[in-house]
Design a protein around this ligand. Structure first.
Ligand SMILES: NC(=O)c1ccc[n+]([C@@H]2O[C@H](COP(=O)([O-])OP(=O)(O)OC[C@H]3O[C@@H](n4cnc5c(N)ncnc54)[C@H](OP(=O)(O)O)[C@@H]3O)[C@@H](O)[C@H]2O)c1
Length: 303
């Protein structure tokens, strides 16, 4: 059970139909049973109008912005559209929320960093090298002035769950192993995956404590995709046969991914003492969910 503080500010969830938004909405309803979340029907970032939600009248204090086009390739291929959604519309939304006295919480990404060094701190200079990262960085750079400092940025690495079939990080790998498919996993792609329940608990704590500025919301431990694949395969009792160890460079992606976007969580550690879920436990749990469906055939390659 996720622990929330009773003084959690009433928070509208923008992008409640998305992967992370659904989890936040369901959880925050533990405290506010009437909490609303928006999909693009109620609030379209291409033309946001937050006034029709009547947030102040309904005692909302904060807005968690999870709506976005969060796909790296799509942002590159559809730069103009993704910029309109992820930057122009999001900034307009932040402006409107601020005018209404609602504190915006912007969800950003480790892709605001270049990925050469890793260990990026909460206040490290932003140096994105993908369009998606540039769009997130642009909002990060402008939100302070628009809100006069009354904002929170939550920077995520990869967020995973234990829900079978939702396609998140571990689930997608486990599903492929179970179907006998080879997983191509890069040894040089390093990041700090976080369990969704931890993300919600920490976000709720930061909100309840009135924290402002940017916080890297992730465990301190970084790991490569290859190491995750190996550990998961071991838990599922299938050895290394279905893992192809590669470099990110071998993937031939149309958009080059940053290699090491691992972030330090120094600020979070100063703000609260929190034990993140051990990734190993999550691998065990999700691996077990899929192990029963294991097949021996090898019929496809994914990455
Ligand atoms: N998941 C991760 O591991 C991760 C890591 C780092 C950062 N983040 C950030 O966390 C946030 C949430 O990510 P997520 O994984 O939950 O993404 P998601 O599942 O794709 O959810 C994003 C939501 O935004 C909505 N949306 C897209 N265009 C919109 C528009 N014009 N107006 C209103 N809503 C629109 C989408 O609606 P439709 O379904 O109708 O398109 C979708 O429901 C994003 O800002 C993402 O960049 C996520």
């Amino acid at each position: 059970m996720i622990k929330l503080q009773n003084n959690l500010p009433k928070t509208v969830i923008i992008g409640a139909g998305g992967y992370i938004g659904r989890h936040f909405l369901n959880t925050y309803r533990q405290i506010y049973s009437d909490l609303i979340g928006t999909t693009r029907v109620e609030l379209d970032l291409l033309n946001p109008d937050v006034r029709r939600l009547r947030l102040p009248e309904n005692t909302y204090k904060e807005a968690l912005i999870l709506a976005a086009i969060p796909y790296v390739d799509r942002c590159e291929l559809e730069q103009a559209l993704s910029w309109k959604v992820n930057v122009t519309g999001t900034i307009e939304l932040i402006r409107q929320l601020t005018d209404e006295g609602i504190k915006p919480i912007f969800t950003s990404s480790d892709y605001v960093f270049g990925g050469n060094a890793g260990g990026y701190k909460d206040n490290s200079p932003l140096c994105p090298n993908t369009e998606y990262g540039r769009q997130k960085a642009e909002v990060e750079l402008r939100i302070g002035e628009i809100t006069q400092g009354k904002y929170l940025i939550l920077r995520f690495s990869k967020v995973y769950s234990h829900v079978k079939g939702d396609g998140s990080l571990i689930d997608a790998m486990a599903s492929n192993f179970a179907q006998g498919r080879t997983v191509r996993a890069a040894y040089d792609q390093m990041f700090c995956p976080a369990y969704i329940d931890d993300v919600i608990e920490v976000a709720a704590f930061l909100q309840s404590s009135g924290i402002t500025g940017a916080v890297n919301l992730c465990p301190s431990k970084s790991i490569s995709r290859y190491e995750i694949a190996r550990a998961l395969a071991e838990k599922m009792g299938i050895g290394d046969a279905l893992i192809e160890k590669i470099s990110l460079d071998d993937l031939g992606l149309c958009v080059k991914r940053p290699k090491n976007t691992s972030m330090s969580n120094d600020r979070l550690t100063e703000l609260m003492s929190y034990a993140f879920t051990d990734l190993d436990n999550s691998l065990e749990i999700v691996g077990r969910l899929w192990a029963a469906e294991k097949k021996d055939v090898k019929n496809a390659i994914i990455c």
